[in-house]
Design a protein around this ligand. Structure first.
Ligand code: NAP
Length: 542
């Protein structure tokens, strides 16, 4: 069964709604949902307009007049609503055309209303192939309803053709319950999680046999929180190629909404014909939520989770979980105490056979600097910042033979970093110094490992002032790990001071490429990764 894509259209003006329906068809949707709850207030001319809209719609439609109690706007009489639905379902006049589906909330479905609707839908004068069918739905915008099971049992007792359950997902774990609902369906079913944690249920609906998923025509026209656009669904997530066997990957962190990893990895999967999809997977801060969520995702018998990118704030949690679970940890991740990659291998029956944790940030950063300076042995490198990336830089560069000095805003943290890596790095060295000493240091390379200059943080000053860069050693280079924007204030300042400089895109692409080959066993299409990353940074999410 193919999972349909339905575009909801909030009807205010029937002409505009028809234009949107035509645009939905052109964009590749299968259905439109005419949300008439802001338009219909019980008047005859409004009912006639809805009838006309249904008849003229270029795509089959669902008509929904959602009540306020379930997230809609209809506050009129129930009698008027049922009367309109009855009239639409009957649609026996010349040229009449019933909607494909009528959606009504389980909570509002009285036995009397149901009887009237069923009589109208099964009216003998209706042509069978144009008959309307009933969707019985249940929504909760606050969270998972406490009585979810009871609600579903109630819905299953209705003579509906399709059941729909939607609630606000409170964590990505809620998606798994929605998937289970689809797997246990007794008829076509829609099960969707709303909000940022529910995206998985919307994109992976075809994997679990969902009847349809909703997508918005434009980013601004979503009718429920977390709805992707149809462009994202089709182009970014390759929705039409998702099926039961599709392997699932994602980026775990918080927040992850602005990550460009989904663009890059999904493009890569498409290019090599890998049956996989890569999603943002937000998990809020805290080891316990990280551990519980990863455990459930890995253990779900049908999800087929094969790999994760792990970012702030969970890179250290990943190594901790790997240690507790007895997973393999690569020597770099073990030495740095942080990982950014999980590779999950599975037996043919779906059970996890092996999990590996890698750190692909370290080699990516080292190779990016090497590209600027050549051999790193004996080079004096100033690492600015002592967070996760500062630590990765110090370790990797010292391992490549550089003499690293860490300059951090909080000098104490820089010293702790240097001390903690003293025994594990080499053949180079790691020291820490006060940030005030950077001006006189005149190293061969400067690396920014702070978020300074990152889009969204405001157009603040360059992470290393231009005066310092103008007074640098001959041939000094600058690497900014920040990749958004591509040319940060630091990169621009360095070029102005006559230094070779690079932003963080090359590091980003390298770490992603290493993840990709660890997951797929195929050499990554790095040219495509680079183009896609740059495009994504220029795009609206950039
Ligand atoms: P983190 O663990 O939060 O560490 C941030 C570091 O920056 C800390 O040392 C902090 O100093 C310092 N810092 C923060 N704001 C500062 C300011 N206004 N002035 C001076 N120092 C400041 O972050 P992280 O994980 O290391 O990531 C750092 C950056 O690396 C990210 O923002 C991201 O742009 C970049 N990154 C790039 C890639 C890539 O692939 N290119 C991958 C990952 C990250 P204190 O110790 O004093 O707080």
């Amino acid at each position: 069964m193919t999972t349909l894509i339905c575009i909801p259209i909030m009807v205010h003006d029937p002409e505009a709604a028809l234009r949107d329906a035509a645009a939905a068809k052109a964009a590749g949707a299968d259905l439109v949902e005419l949300r008439i709850d802001e338009f219909f207030a019980g008047e005859e001319h409004q009912a006639a307009a809805v009838e006309g809209l249904v008849a003229d719609s270029p795509l089959p439609c669902i008509v929904t007049c959602r009540v306020a109690a379930e997230g809609g706007h209809y506050e009129g009489h129930e009698e008027a609503r049922v009367g309109l639905f009855e009239r639409l379902a009957m649609a026996v006049g010349p040229g009449a055309h019933p909607p494909r589906y009528l959606d009504i909330e389980q909570a509002k479905l009285s036995p009397a209303a149901l009887k009237r609707l069923m009589l109208a839908m099964e009216h003998p004068e209706q042509e069978r192939d144009l008959a309307a069918s009933l969707i019985v739905s249940s929504h909760d915008f606050a969270g998972r309803p406490a009585d979810l099971t009871r609600r579903i049992l109630g819905m299953r007792r209705q003579p509906a053709s399709v059941l729909k359950v939607a609630f606000r997902a409170r964590s990505i774990r809620d998606n798994l319950e929605l998937f289970d609902l689809l797997l246990e369906r007794d008829r076509p079913t829609i099960a969707l999680g709303m909000g940022e944690f529910g995206l998985m249920s919307r994109v992976l609906a075809p994997k679990f046999g969902g009847f349809l998923t909703f997508a918005s025509l434009r980013p601004s026209s979503a009718t429920a929180p977390g709805q992707p656009t149809i462009g994202e669904l089709l182009d970014l997530y390759r929705f039409r190629s998702i099926g039961p066997a599709t392997a699932v990957y994602g980026v775990v962190g918080y927040p992850v909404g602005h990550s460009i990893s989904p663009q890059v990895h999904n493009a890569g999967f498409g290019a090599i014909g890998h049956d996989g999809v890569y999603l943002p997977m937000p998990i809020i801060e805290g080891y316990e939520s990280f551990k519980a969520t990863l455990g459930e995702l890995l253990d779900h018998p049908r999800l087929n989770l094969r790999g994760l990118s792990v970012t702030i704030p969970h890179k250290e949690n990943l190594v901790r979980l790997a240690r507790e679970s007895g997973w393999e940890i690569d020597p770099v991740a073990a030495a740095v105490g942080a990982g950014n990659t999980l590779v999950a291998e599975r037996h043919s029956d779906g059970r996890v056979s092996r999990c590996r944790v890698l750190n692909t940030d370290v080699p990516a950063l080292v190779d990016s600097l090497r590209e600027l300076t050549g051999d790193l042995a004996g080079k004096r490198v100033a690492v600015v910042g002592a967070g996760g990336v500062g630590r990765a830089a110090a370790y990797g560069l010292a391992a490549a033979g550089a003499q690293v000095t860490v300059y951090n805003r909080t000098p104490e943290r820089g010293r702790t970093l240097a001390e903690s890596l003293a025994g594990v790095s080499g053949p180079g060295t790691i020291a820490a110094a006060d940030p005030g000493l950077l001006a006189a240091a005149r190293p061969d390379a400067y690396i920014n490992c702070t978020p300074m200059g990152m889009a969204g943080a405001g157009l603040g000053p360059a992470a290393i002032p231009e005066e310092i860069l103008s007074n640098s050693a001959p041939g000094a280079v600058v690497l900014d790990t920040v990749y958004n924007p591509e040319d940060t204030a630091l990169v621009l300042a360095a070029r102005k001071a006559g230094l070779r400089a690079a932003g963080g895109v090359s590091m980003f692409v390298r770490q992603a490429a290493a993840q990709f080959s660890a997951w797929t066993g195929v050499p990554p299409p790095t040219g495509l990764f680079e183009r896609t990353a740059r495009e994504a940074l220029r795009g609206p999410a950039g």
